[in-house]
Each structure stands twice: as C-alpha cells, then as structure tokens.
Design a binder for this molecule. Sequence first.
Ligand code: GLA
Length: 719
Amino acid sequence: MNKVFPEFIHLQGKNSSLMLAFGQGAPQVIYWGKSLSKSTTPQMLTTLRIRQEVPASPAREAKRSLTTTTGEGFTGNPGIKLFGDDAQWAVATVVNDINQLSPHHVVITNWDEARKIALVHTIILDHQADVFSVDTQVTNKGTSPVNLEWCTAATLPVPASADQILGFEGHWAGEFHEQHVKQFFGSYLRENRRGRTSHDAFPGLIMHTKTCDQQQGEAYGFHLGWSGNHRLLSEKMADGRAFVQMGELLYPGEMSLTTNQSYQSPKLYASYTNQGLSGLSRQFHQYVRRNLLKYSALAKPRPVHYNTWEGIYFDHDVATLKDLANRACELGVERFVLDDGWFIGRNDDKAGLGDWYVDEGIYPDGLTPVIDHVNQLGMEFGLWFEPEMVNPDSNLYRAHPDWILSTPPNQDVGFRNQLVLDLTRDEVFDYLFERLDSLLSEYNIAYIKWDMNRDINQPGDQHFKPAVHRQTRALYRLLAKVKASHPNVEIESCSSGGARADYGVLEHTDRVWTSDSNDALERLKIQKGFSYFFPAELMGSHVGPRDCHITHRNLSMSMRASVVLFGHMGMEMDLRELTDDEKVELKAMVDLYKQHRALIHSGDLYRLSLPDYAMGVGMIAPDKSEALFSYSLIRSHTAGLPDQFKFEGLAPETLYKLHIIWPIRAGDFWPKSSIFNFDTNLPEMDGQVFSGEALMNLGKQLPRLAPNSALIYHLVAVE
Ligand code: GLA
C-alpha cells in the first residue's frame, strides 16, 4: 500500500514562514520569507511559481530540492556527490516518509530504489527565535561501498532580490572581517581545508537586499555548525534561480560508506528577517541563548577574567603568580586563568605540548599553592590546555612518534613547532582524557581554556586515510566526555584566537576567545563581525597592555577598557605595570561590567550605522526599560563636531534618563579624558530625561572627541 503524505508542510516562525512541498520526487522549499497568514494556500504559491519553458533549456526545469541531484537533471551544484559500482553518481531520491514530530519539527525520508540510497532531512524550527536547523543523513543500503564526496546540509533558495552577499574573511589577530560582494552568475565559494573552523573562512553567510541595512530590510542568514573543513556556496544559475549550500568539505576517499553505513552532515542554521542585519543577529543570538548555552546570564553571571598570557607569557613562578592574583583581586577580578607555560618542558613554544603534567621545577608543590591562593582571594581558577597537539620535543612524542596525523613520505609543513595528535586512535583519545580528567579531579579547576594552535595540513591517519571528519567528531566526543565527568567546569573554545568559533563546538563549550588581538581599534571590527552570529556573553574580550603586543599601537586605558563592556570582560596584561590612573579606570570598567552584565548578556543588540570615523552599538533590555550605547571614534571626525548620533531600539514614548557612564568621572572631575571641554559639554546632558522617540529621531549631538576615544551612555526608563 502506498503511504499517504501531506503535499505541503508550513513551518511557521514568529515572523517567518518556510513552506515545504512534497510533490513528485524530492522535497523542496517553495517559499521562505515573511510570515504568511491563513489566506495564502500552498497551491497559490505553486501557481505563482510556474516558470515558462525557454529556448535551449529543459522542458521541465529540475527542482531546487533540499538535496539537488544530477539524477533529477539539476545542472547547478549538486547537493550530493557520490559514486560506487551501482551508478550511485546519478542518485535521485523520492520522498517515502514524512514524520512531523511537532508543528516545528519535520523528518523527511527519501529513497532511491534503483541505487539503494536513503536520505533523511531533519528540520527543526525555533519558532521564537525564527531560526531553523537542517541536516541531511545519507545511508548506503546497497551491497557495494559508496564513496561520498559531498553532502550539503541542505539547499536553501534565495530570492532574486537578496542579491548582496555578506561573507567573512580574516586572519590571525584579525578575525571576522566583513566581506561585501555583489551576487554574480556562478558561485561565490568559500572552501576551508585548515582542519579547524579557521580565521579566514568563518562558516557564515548573509544574503540581503540592496536597501537592507543594520536596522531594516530583508536578509537571510546561514551558518554551518562545524569545526572541521567546510564548503560554503552561494550560487546563481543561468536560469536566474539562486541558492545557498553549506556542508563539510571531504577529502577524496575520506567518507566511504559500506552497506548500512550512514553519514550525518553538520547542521546548517538559517534565518530570515525583514528587520535588517541587526534584527537577523538578534534572532541568531536568541537561538544560541535558547538552544546552545548551558546556563543563562542571570543564572550564572559571567565572571571578570584575568588571563596571564600577555602579562608573563612563559615566565611562570609561584611568587609572581600570587602577586598577580593579589593585584587582579584588587581590581575586582573573579576568575584567574593560568595560560600556557605550566606543564613540563614548556619554557617556550618549542617543547612540552602533550606532556600534561605540572612542571615541578616551577611548581614544586604542584598547582595547589597558586590555586589555594587564588581561591582564598575569592576567585575561581582556570587553566590552559591544548589537548590536540604535541611538540616533537616532548616525552609523549618520544614515546609515541606514530600518534600523529601525517601524510608520509611528505615532510610536515611546520607550524608553531607542533604536530597534530590523531584523536581517532583510541589510545590517544584515552591518554588525553586521562590527563584532563586527572588534573580536573586533583585540582579545583573551574575553567579550561581549550586551545588549538595549528591547522591540520596533512591529515592522514595511521592507515594513510584522510581523517579530518573523524578527528572533528573525536574532538566533540572528548569535549563531551570531559564535560560529562566534570559538569561544572566551563570550557572556552580558543584557536590562535578566534579560529574555532561555530555552533558545532558551542554544543560543548561556554565561551569563545574571539581574537589574540587586544588592540581596541582592531577589536571593534573583529567584535562587530563576531556579533553577526554570536551573542555578547560568548565573546571573550580583554583589556590589553598599554602598547598592544600585536599591533604596537598605544591606546589610552579609557579607550582599551571601553571596548570590553559589550562582551565577556577580562584583562590580560602585566598588572604590575599599571599606573594609578589606569588602575582607577580599569577598576571602574570592572564595576560597570558587573553592574550591567545581566543586561548585556540578555539584551537585544543594535549595531549602529554611523559615519566612517565612528563605530557604535546599543544593547537594549528586551522590555525596553534600560539600554546601553557606546560610540567609539576611530578617526578624527570630518566636521568641526561629530554628527548628531541617533539611538535605536528604544520604546518611542517611554521617557529615559540619560547618563554618561564612560569615560569615568573620578570624584567630581573627569580624569584625563579625550573629550574636549567636557565641563561644558557633558554635564548639561547627564541625568536629563528624554523620550525614546526624541533620542531615536533627532538623536544627540556628540561632544568634540579626540580620535581613539569612546563614550558610553546608560538609559533607564523613568515613570
Ligand atoms: C594561542 C592563544 C593565546 C595564548 C597562546 C598560548 O595563541 O590564542 O591566547 O593562549 O596560544 O600559547
């Protein structure tokens, strides 16, 4: 008996609609955009989509199905590429089961009887956030093995009007830079073979209309939750149809499926908005908060960090660390993170990785004296690890030179003096778990900074097979096992800064180290890019040294501290070098962060559209009762005064009391700040009441500011 399926399924988000159609053949999205009411029938959509046959073209256009196939005659990029002895290359499945588990959760099973291939698509919509996840599973039900080259998580249509591509590029200490490209015929393609999410090809993409800006307009956002290799594709076909595909990039022969074996694609997260690019980000933030974070900002405030890296690098000794801990405590720090350099042989970056035993030369009584000291000061203790790596100069490597990924006879390309351990080997996995577990059991460690400081350039396992897929899954398993055994330990995902930031790793981690650059001006760009897909509480953001160690730029404490408020605050410098004035300002920012973190870590983000010389951002409480706005001058303003600055996202008729909370006022004077004539400029506005609409429609004239300075406003609704 033939099964009866619905012809259409409408997944209804708060402000969006996704209409799936299951006619003949494979399933497809026939509408994705602004929410549709009951007056619209799926048949209307089908009729409105009818396309004419054009000369020198197929009589019946092949579908842009969830998995586009050559068997169906699709000549754009196939959604699946595979081959085997039984003509699997031409796979073309038809729907053979639909399981709607809830109004927002659909599982679609597809089957190719001739080639014995099953495809299962799972779509889960978070109605509230208006973000859905979609993935695809391929199973080989035939008798001969199948080689899988590519399986997109889904093929999602993009309307012709959304012809602007916002992608991301970057490099070490310069992650998440926006890349604006106009859509063209052909493919915008980003391929990542670095074996980690990467600095340069963040797996996120936004397609939007020309008139869309931060505050209004239509945009479609896409993010692949995966920390290995990936391929992102935004294609426009000659027939005018466009689509986005995202999936794992597999090496030749990497994924061979024997009978009944399956491959599961990573999840693609997608969202539509007509509320502009900031609106799109708010949807992704809400999704992350509701689905990926383990605890809410209110349940557990994110503690202020002190990280030792840019303070002392590899120069560890117990007395210095205790001294730094005292100083950190005086500044209001709540978590002390001991970075690289604590384990045996680790005097520089040439040796020691893999030997996860405390160096008794430096720590004769283990880490206990430092941890006890930190705890007695009321701070938590965190520790740095880089589990996936080994230095050739280590006891681990000397004992097990074969435990690495490599492609013999090729020589390793060389990368920070380290090699990648093969986590797909049980003995390697077990060794790493035992080391982490034993240290976490022995010491009172609340937090791990989990680093990964090289690409996987030559990812061959012991059988010479490509292993990035299995390595990535093994990493997730290791993280999950550590979490399961030590559920209260928080984990930060770091990879030479922000090279491992994605929703895949976030299923197992709690914070992202956004970038190794603590330069406030660089940070403004990096943090803006990061904010497209990640909420503020995930964004590790530290006040760095006076002279930035990476860019050598010298910035005031006032400027350096201003950029960390809208993230998860920390500091990372030699605290012994701070002047008294700097200490006052840094402590003031710690206090502000503590006072406002509940708002920042649960609020709605508005990126402001400002002239080139400035950058700004607002964070508004969901009930609009409170807001913070920051305005950073990155160059001199072009006119005698900066422009009138408009606020966003407030309730129009609500009255707000405005306070200038940065730069600080110490006692009754403004300390060395970069605001000219602050006595006449600022106090007259400070503490005044304005309506939301006046602040949004007219805005506020800014005072004259020196370049590289910042102002932060706090607005509170008054009765
Ligand atoms: C990476 C990290 C840094 C620091 C060093 C330690 O570069 O991104 O923050 O932990 O490693 O070696």
